[in-house]
Design a binder for this molecule. Structure first.
Ligand code: FEO
Length: 407
């Protein structure tokens, strides 16, 4: 998109679509791209810019700003979050805003200095939740919402128009469609909300900080903020869907478990996969839904997205050189990193010439705090009796998890 977009009476989107990055944060695959949303707020007297973009999009970003106003008129640059996808253009963009004051939290200021070594800078350091800036009939209020998903994050609220600029909170993968950012103008908005890109973004970027998401949501309520427009820094702006999207993020953050068991399998030649059919039967007999993850082929985003609202997990792998099969090692440690370990878990596995991997897997699961319930391991490929054992184990795990969570 080459043009800025009007969001509300006083708000313009001057962000960009990114179609070229393959792995967001170097970790999360984004085959449909991502948008970096930056917003201009035009008051009768002053103008503010909320967040910026990555340096490689500087020209496009600046061009969009220039289509709305002369950037030299911008008096405030509000930094809700310091991650470089929103800030690495800042050192250069400051040169076209000679009178700008940078509005940010103390922690953000420290990171700004460390990242970009900017020597002369006028700042307004935001502490507490009562700092406001009057742009002339449009008032911005700053609210401390740390760890969304870095420690320095804050949110900005446009009082008169009830717009919450939540930065990464409620953000989404996937580029914006041509000429549209507001949900009511996006034809396939359900695809954005329910097609995996919203939950995928939450899973990859936010799943470790679920408690902080809940705290922020509670704080918005406690402060009595009416949120007519939810304007995150990635993906669509929500109006009629604002509450729905905030409710989804709240639900994933609790999490609200469903009767789902994830069967996560890493296999070299298919012997380990031979267990899967029996395991799925066991889960179904317990009244659950089985979701199968291929740990060799599926993306980390999908892995996390599938696991978040599952109360139980059954992991299969071959022993690899006396140890864990590497894709399984990555998966389990990723769940540990993202604090997704409050789950009942079982294991199954195969080996050719030496076992040992499954024991290492069980040790790792116990160390990370999973609730381990049992395992089945065979040399070579499983016989009927092994498959029956795996089915019984799967049923036990599903029943235990569903009972524990009253599902
Ligand atoms: Fe979109 Fe955490 O940066």
């Amino acid at each position: 998109m080459t043009k800025p977009l009007r969001v509300t009476q006083s708000v313009y989107w001057v962000g960009v679509n990114d179609f070229s990055t393959k792995l967001f944060e170097g970790l999360w695959d984004i085959p449909e791209g991502v948008s970096y949303n930056s917003y201009l707020i035009i008051g009768s007297e002053k103008i503010a810019l909320i967040d910026s973009v990555g340096e490689k999009f500087l020209e496009e970003h600046l061009n969009k700003i220039e289509q709305v106003i002369n950037p030299s008129r911008i008096e405030y640059l509000i930094i809700n979050h310091m991650e470089p996808d929103h800030t690495s253009a800042i050192p250069k963009i400051l040169s076209v805003m000679p009178k700008v004051k940078v509005v940010l939290t103390p922690a953000a200021f420290q990171i700004l200095k460390a990242f970009y070594h900017i020597e002369t800078l006028e700042t307004i350091i935001v502490k507490g939740d009562d700092t406001v800036i009057d742009l002339g009939g449009k008032t911005l209020r700053f609210i401390q919402t740390p760890f969304l998903h870095w420690p320095e994050t804050m949110s900005t609220y446009l009082i008169e128009e009830e717009v919450l600029f939540s930065c990464d909170l409620c953000g989404s993968f996937k580029h914006l469609p041509e000429g549209a950012i507001v949900d009511t103008n996006i034809e396939n908005i359900e695809q954005y909300i329910y097609g995996g890109v919203l939950k995928g973004y939450f899973a990859g970027v936010f799943s470790k900080y679920r408690d902080h998401v809940l705290k922020a949501m509670e704080k918005f309520k406690a402060l009595g903020l009416k949120i007519k427009v939810l304007a995150p820094s990635h993906g669509p702006v929500y109006t009629i869907h604002a509450k729905e999207v905030m409710d989804l993020w709240t639900s994933w953050s609790k999490p609200d478990y469903t009767k789902k068991v994830v069967v996560a399998v890493g296999s070299m030649y298919g012997f380990t996969f031979k267990f899967v059919e029996s395991i799925v039967k066991g889960i179904k007999e317990a009244g659950g839904e089985a979701v199968i993850l291929n740990l060799v082929e599926d993306s980390p985003v999908k892995m996390l997205e599938m696991v978040i609202d599952a109360p139980a997990l059954i992991i299969g792998m071959p022993t690899y050189e006396y140890d864990l099969f590497p894709p399984v090692n990555y998966f389990v440690n990723l769940l540990g990193l993202k604090k997704l370990t409050d789950k009942f878990v079982g294991v199954f596995g195969t080996f050719a010439w030496a076992g040992g991997g499954l024991k290492r897997l069980i040790d790792l699961l116990n160390t990370l705090g999973f609730k381990y319930l049992g395992g089945v391991e065979v040399k070579g490929s499983p016989l009927l009796e092994d498959l029956e054992k795996a089915k019984a184990l799967a049923k036990l795990i599903a029943e235990t998890a569903f009972k524990e969570h009253k599902l």
